[in-house]
Design a protein around this ligand. Structure first.
Ligand SMILES: Cc1cc2nc3c(=O)[nH]c(=O)nc-3n(C[C@H](O)[C@H](O)[C@H](O)COP(=O)(O)OP(=O)(O)OC[C@H]3O[C@@H](n4cnc5c(N)ncnc54)[C@H](O)[C@@H]3O)c2cc1C
Ligand code: SF4
Length: 477
């Protein structure tokens, strides 16, 4: 344990965010980080409660949180880093963008502010990079076996990293120009600057992972090619099919899927060529349909592009401000969250259903909406929306982003060629060993469990890599 009574003497402090008026003028990271002194002080607040729900219930990676807090308190930086890397291959990503379910299950959080675990995590790893404690460590011995990983998002990167560290020869195929998946082309720079992703890719390359980018597997390479040349294939191609809103007026101009907008802005910042129609929020009133994180990223990006106003609509009822009784500690609380993007300017509306897009000369100009209430069926099934009589209203709109989640992997020739079985929700089905219905083909991340979180994708990649190693012939191990 760190300092006795530290949790009673020291209040939680967060490094905070850059001022709104400054940060909306650029795309750099909005969040600040702890200084070394603040880091030690905040780690001291961990009370080593005995049953650390932060690791067991909260963190999907089961990060060994009390131990790394104690090592930070003792300023044993290398040991703190090693403890962190024991369970988490990429703390520089999770430390920046994880919603931190560890903190909502921190014991201290029962009656005080929880330990600032996510910020401690990113500070440990950034401190390590600064001090030169984190450098390439290629494996000392190589096996003959070759593994192909399709898709370079967090799941594919984690799979490749674990296999490579165990001495397997790994080639990651990625259809985009740069590796990183949604870390690179979905999550905006103001949450995760891309040099952070590039630094990790470079480290992995120096350790022996080969990245083949600009290769759309299924189109540019056949399944036969991969199965003939590799001992195992891991699919980690994400859940790229967006949920649509097929209501009247859907074909009007000015209505886009959120990812078309977000990935375009990320490409623009990286100096990549934009091959599709340019989407700009400048001088437009933007409506974002869908109240989740992707929608919030559209809000932040629209404000930076100079939108005149942004409204975000959510069909669900507004959650309570504080932890509701249905999700008691240490569960993830279903309470209202306002992101840094919301605080930059956005009207949020709840219990709103969009019924029609209204156009003017072929372009969207208004949304016809109504309010809904949610009824719980008598059999206890999922609540269903009911239109509130007389609640119709019109909203002006120059640009609309559909951000209502994803329904599974995008149409993929590789999946068709391999005749992979899907689960009832349209994701790639797998068994308890992460194997698909095709021998030698495994699947990881959003492609199998549906759109989720970076921390879950990383965890799934790590577990899938272990399954691959267990399933390889003993001579290959
Ligand atoms: C806009 C947005 C913001 C988000 N923000 C957060 C956040 O703040 N925090 C958080 O925890 N989670 C966030 N998420 C969720 C998180 O990004 C995903 O859950 C996670 O990236 C999934 O990882 P993955 O590796 O399974 O898939 P992905 O990251 O989707 O990677 C899949 C990769 O496979 C590639 N690919 C697909 N098909 C092929 C093919 N045929 N050949 C070659 N390559 C192919 C794709 O190009 C892509 O690079 C966000 C998601 C979105 C969309
Ligand atoms: S990965 Fe996420 S849940 Fe796990 S310790 Fe880090 S911030 Fe918490």
């Amino acid at each position: 344990m760190g300092k006795e009574r530290g949790f009673m003497e020291i209040e939680r402090r967060d490094p905070g965010y850059r001022p709104v008026e400054e940060r909306v003028k650029d795309y750099r990271a909005v969040e600040r980080q702890f200084s070394s002194t603040q880091l030690v002080e905040q780690a001291t607040r961990c009370m080593d409660c005995g049953i650390p729900f932060c690791c067991s219930t909260g963190c999907p990676l089961a990060n060994v949180i009390p131990e790394f807090n104690d090592l930070v308190y003792k300023e044993r930086w290398q040991d703190a880093l090693d403890m962190l890397l024991l369970t988490n291959p990429f703390p520089e990503f999770t430390g920046r963008i994880c919603p931190a379910p560890c903190e909502t299950s921190c014991t201290l959080g029962i009656n005080r502010d929880p330990v600032a675990i996510r910020q401690i995590e990113v500070s440990i790893v950034e401190n390590a990079f600064r001090r030169g404690l984190l450098e390439a460590e290629p494996p000392s011995r190589r096996h003959d076996a070759r593994i192909a990983v399709v898709g370079s998002g967090p799941a594919g990167l984690a799979t490749a990293d674990v296999l490579n560290r165990h001495g397997y020869n790994v080639v990651v195929f990625e259809k985009n120009r740069y590796p990183g998946g949604l870390l690179r082309y979905g999550i905006p720079d103001f949450k995760l600057e891309k040099w952070v992703v590039e630094r990790r890719i470079k480290l992995m390359e120096d350790e022996g992972v080969v990245f083949e980018t600009g290769v759309d597997v299924g189109l540019d390479l056949s399944s036969k090619y991969l199965l003939d040349r590799f001992d195992a294939v891991v699919l980690s191609a994400g859940a790229e099919k967006p949920r649509d809103l097929p209501i009247p007026g859907r074909d009007l101009e000015g209505i886009h899927f959120a990812m078309d907008f977000l990935s375009q802005q990320n490409r623009r910042i990286s100096g990549e060529e934009i091959k599709s129609e340019e989407i700009s929020a400048r001088d437009k009133h933007v409506i974002v349909i869908g109240g989740g994180d992707t929608g919030s990223d559209c809000v932040g990006t629209s404000n930076r592009q100079g939108a005149t106003g942004v409204t975000q609509l959510e069909i669900l009822a507004e959650p309570p401000e504080n932890r509701p009784a249905e999700t008691p500690w240490p569960l993830w609380p279903l309470s209202r969250r306002d992101s840094s993007s919301h605080k930059e300017g956005c009207e949020r509306r709840w219990s709103v259903q969009t019924e029609e897009f209204v156009g003017n000369q072929g372009r969207v100009s208004k949304l016809k909406c109504c309010e809904v209430e949610w009824d719980t069926p008598q059999d206890g099934g999922r609540p269903v929306p009911r239109k509130v009589k007389g609640s119709d209203f019109l909203l002006p709109a120059d640009l609309v982003f559909l951000s209502m989640g994803f329904t599974g992997p995008a149409t993929n020739k590789l999946v068709d060629d391999l005749e992979l079985q899907l689960d009832p929700r349209g994701n790639i089905q797998r068994d308890g060993d992460h194997r698909t219905s095709h021998p030698g083909v495994f699947v990881a991340g959003d492609m199998t469990h549906g759109a989720s979180l970076v921390v879950r994708a990383i965890n799934d990649g790590v577990q899938t890599a272990r399954s691959v190693m267990n399933c390889l012939k003993p001579t290959d191990r």
